[in-house]
Write a protein that binds this ligand. Structure first.
Ligand code: ATP
Ligand code: MG
Length: 491
């Protein structure tokens, strides 16, 4: 029973008293005159709402009197409101299902026409200047390796064609030739691929990886640098490190699975030089490296296994394969990460062990036994600002240009700006820079012809059409060319 909450209730005689007293005469009188038979038949339609409600309200009044007065407006009445119909939205997606859909990669389209003249890439093709301006297909084994390494991006247009194929650009041949030279001299090519939005930076990494896979290198690819530094994966401090470094065991496990799947053949042909008793199942010297990678099953042991594999790849022994270490989204690792130390201090990305492994290699502190390449690609799609990285890349580029045109000025630090990061400066002090822009008209034409042959471009590819598409795409920017010609077709 609700307590009386107003003065009127407090001064009125109690309910028990009132119920025992004889009812007043007015209360016994019917509130409305009795209805005739005809009127009662019409009653639901003819009586006014007030009249219809009258007997009900008197009984409510009695109930209220029995319960005690409750002030009007204190009780929430939902009467009269329309009940919301629950709409049937079908089965809601399971956890992770939406993300999987967003990130799914489709590599073929059965509705696209098969291009008869398309040939598969072979090992030396990407480094052959004769192939510049040709579209070549990725062989099925390489497709699997690239897929395992997450080299294909959902933003690219693989799902429109019968078979994944790439245009060989001048820059592609330039990069792959430098990779070959580095491997031949057992040196490490350290390079950053940069350029404007959708100029093909991620695809350049994919081509470098394709070249590496076809030539039996070991490829370790970090597909999205932001996954390492935006505090979305677990981290744990590593013992015996000063300043403290942090491992990311869940990410390390995922990376080990990718490495094993993509490089199984090469790892099976390379053997350990030392015994590994620290692993979950200890391995004697002379075991294949694949046996190390195969042990990656639990998060707890992932970092130890990754380190063992990395140390073996770095061991100065004969018959070691060249290594390609690549990362997309460089700006994400060239800054202070979103992680915090136990003292709630921000952790610099370079103190994350996996990032440090990459930046040490990019900075030149690590020598690969059989040479190889360390490639980083910037991204304009989603990247934080890193003033030090931007300046360092501009400086390296100017220095490169100086070798051809001695008058080029090298940009300097702004003396009034305090946001530079010395650790980033040190890593990027001696890298090479490959800047991507638009393709030339010959390359643009090759790509347009491939699109037309696949049935995805419904125009005759002649000089006029090429000039139009090339100009519309800001001077042959490949992503813009796709936007102007293909994306209206996207399903
Ligand atoms: P962002 O700055 O957003 O990271 P990006 O420079 O990495 O962009 P990519 O995703 O590599 O751009 O490429 C943009 C589009 O151009 C993709 O859809 C890709 O298919 C196409 N493209 C780039 N290079 C080539 C190539 N060599 N052959 C065929 N298509 C290409
Ligand atoms: Mg990209």
């Amino acid at each position: 029973m609700s307590a009386p909450n107003c003065l009127r209730c407090l001064v009125r005689p109690s309910a028990a008293l009132r119920l025992s007293a004889p009812p007043p005469a007015s209360a016994l009188k019917p509130a409305t005159p009795p209805l005739t038979a005809a009127a009662s038949r019409r009653a639901p339609f003819s009586t006014t709402p007030a009249a219809a409600a009258a007997p009900k309200s008197s009984s409510q009044g009695q109930q209220a009197a029995a319960k005690g007065h409750v002030r009007k407006g204190k009780r929430l009445t939902l009467k009269g409101k329309k009940k919301q119909k629950s709409l049937d939205h079908g089965k809601s997606p399971l956890p992770g299902e939406r993300k999987a859909y967003r990130k799914r990669i489709t590599l073929s389209n059965d509705n696209a026409i098969k291009v008869p003249w398309l040939t598969d890439l072979a090992a030396p093709d990407l480094a052959d200047p004769a192939n510049v301006g040709k579209v070549l297909a990725l062989p099925p084994t390489t497709q699997d390796q690239l897929r395992a390494s997450e080299a294909f991006k959902p933003t690219q247009t693989w799902g429109m064609f019968r078979q994944p194929a790439v245009l060989v650009r001048k820059e592609t041949v330039d990069l792959t030739q430098r990779m070959q030279e580095a491997a031949a001299a057992r040196k490490v090519l350290r390079m950053v691929v940069t350029g404007n939005k959708v100029t093909g930076k991620s695809l350049m990494l994919l081509q470098a990886m394709t070249h590496a896979f076809l030539n039996e290198w070991v490829v370790i690819h970090l597909p999205e640098a932001q996954e390492l530094t935006t505090a979305v994966t677990e981290y744990a401090p590593l013992a015996d490190t000063s300043p403290v470094q942090y491992s990311q065991p869940v990410y390390a496990l995922k990376l080990l699975h990718a490495i094993r799947k993509a490089n199984a053949d090469v790892l099976a042909k390379t053997f350990t030089v030392s015994e590994h008793s620290e692993l979950p199942q200890s391995l004697p010297a002379g075991s294949p490296l694949l046996a190390i990678a195969n042990q990656a099953k639990e998060v707890d042991s992932a970092w130890v296994i990754f380190q063992a594999l990395w140390n073996e790849l770095m061991a100065p022994a004969p018959n070691r394969p060249p290594i390609l270490l690549s990362l997309d989204g460089l700006a994400h690792v060239m800054r202070v990460s979103d992680y915090r130390s136990p003292a709630f201090e921000p952790i610099h990305a370079f103190d994350l062990a996996l990032v440090r492994l990459f930046t040490d290699a990019l900075g030149g502190a690590v020598k690969f036994p059989a040479g190889g390449a360390v490639l980083g690609a910037t991204s304009r799609n989603n990247s934080p600002r890193s003033p030090s990285m931007e300046l360092a890349l501009a400086q390296r580029e100017a220095e490169q240009q100086q070798q051809q045109q001695p008058g080029v000025e090298v940009p300097q630090k702004d003396p009034f700006f305090r946001g530079y990061d010395e650790r980033v400066d040190a890593v990027l002090r001696s890298v090479q820079v490959l800047r991507l822009g638009g393709v030339d008209r010959r390359e643009a034409r090759a790509l347009l012809e491939y699109w037309a042959a696949s049935g995805m471009l419904r125009t005759v590819v002649d000089e006029k059409a090429v000039a139009e598409k090339w100009t519309l795409a800001g001077g042959g920017v490949l992503g813009e060319m796709e936007r102007a010609s293909l994306l209206t077709m996207r399903v």
